[in-house]
Design a protein around this ligand. Structure first.
Ligand SMILES: Cc1ncc(COP(=O)(O)O)c(C=O)c1O
Length: 321
């Protein structure tokens, strides 16, 4: 399958000795936040496949969407810039729309940013179609990347990541029982699920929903699509998938418990989690730790650090020192 090389892989797999001691469980972290593009994150592996398809189709422009502070949008802008492609971001005018966090990065990467005052991605996709036609009339060919890059093709990035991880586990003595990640649009968890079925049989892919969507079904459907794209079989196995939920007060709104755990990991390990995705997934994972399958726990760090500089962090000022 065609793939562009955009990130620096393999990303490190590290054992979190201090966090493991604190929680009485062997916890490892796969550092996809260190993938070498912008501030890092999971979208780069998906974009390696999606933008390869865009290139193969002769596109010179990329369109995508997300919330105002979308990590996916910022990483799409970064990858498009690197490939010499124009990038248009049609973002929901919800949340933090002033020039903070990822919106600074969008501007630095030279993306065209437009806000749409709607709660519906259907409205945004209709506007993407209109923009695609407008660009075509001006002689450009645009490739539309859907929300979060979560298509079966995008999920291939995480199938490949599990193959990479399985080699690292063998070399480093990590014996995973589960592989945990944040679930926001479903493609990463779907790729991990397809990946463990193919390359780490017996391991459970655990998604932690940070938004209220029917992820059990969304992930299963994306995983079926990803498996269909593979030419190695990825049969379902009992216990290979579990969804947890840790939304808290709402999407992109952390509570004080999340901030306490973000602060704790920063101080134990010198590692940053974000308040929208990884902080909530980490927190949801710790809440469920006793019920997770036996073996080492591997947490996939999916990036998102820019949100630390955009979203309010409740209770942080009360933590001095
Ligand atoms: C930092 C971060 N982690 C996790 C996710 C969730 O990934 P996915 O959209 O593939 O479910 C996203 C994107 O939504 C993200 O930006």
């Amino acid at each position: 399958m065609e793939r562009l090389s955009l990130g620096q892989y393999p990303t490190p797999l590290v054992r979190l000795d201090a966090a493991s001691a604190a929680y009485g469980r062997s916890i490892w972290m796969k550092r996809d936040d260190l993938c070498g593009v912008a501030l890092g994150g999971n979208k780069v592996r998906k974009l390696e496949y999606l933008l390869a398809r865009a290139r193969a189709e002769g596109c010179d422009t990329v369109l995508t969407t997300g919330g105002a502070q979308s990590n996916h949008a910022a990483l799409t802008a970064a990858c498009a810039a690197r490939l010499g492609m124009e990038c248009h971001l049609l973002l929901k005018a919800r949340g933090v729309t002033d020039l903070r966090g990822n919106l600074i990065l969008d501007r630095l990467f030279g993306a065209h940013v437009r806000f749409l005052d709607t709660d519906s991605y259907d409205d945004i996709y209709a506007e993407m179609d209109r923009l695609t036609a407008e660009l075509a009339a001006a002689g450009h060919k645009a490739y539309a990347v859907p929300l979060g890059g979560s298509t079966p093709l995008g999920a291939m990035g995480y199938v490949r990541a599990v193959r990479e991880l399985s080699a690292q586990c063998a070399a480093q003595g990590c014996r995973p029982g589960c592989l945990v990640s944040a679930t926001g649009s479903g493609g990463t968890t779907a790729g991990l699920l397809t990946g463990v079925r193919a390359y780490l049989p017996g391991v459970c892919a655990v998604g932690v929903a940070v938004d209220d969507q029917p992820f059990q079904a969304i992930v299963a459907q994306l995983a079926d699509g990803a498996a269909a794209l593979l030419d190695v079989p990825a049969p379902a196995r009992p216990g290979d998938f579990r969804m947890l939920r840790h939304v808290g007060p709402g999407y992109a709104v952390p509570d004080e418990g999340d901030i306490r755990r973000i602060r704790e990991l920063a101080r134990l390990e010198g590692i940053l989690l974000d308040p929208v995705y990884t902080g909530k997934a980490w927190s949801g994972m710790l809440d469920a730790l006793d019920g997770l399958p036996e073996g080492d726990v591997v947490f996939l760090h999916t990036g998102g650090a820019a949100a630390l500089f955009a979203v309010d962090l409740p209770g942080l000022d009360a933590t001095n020192p």
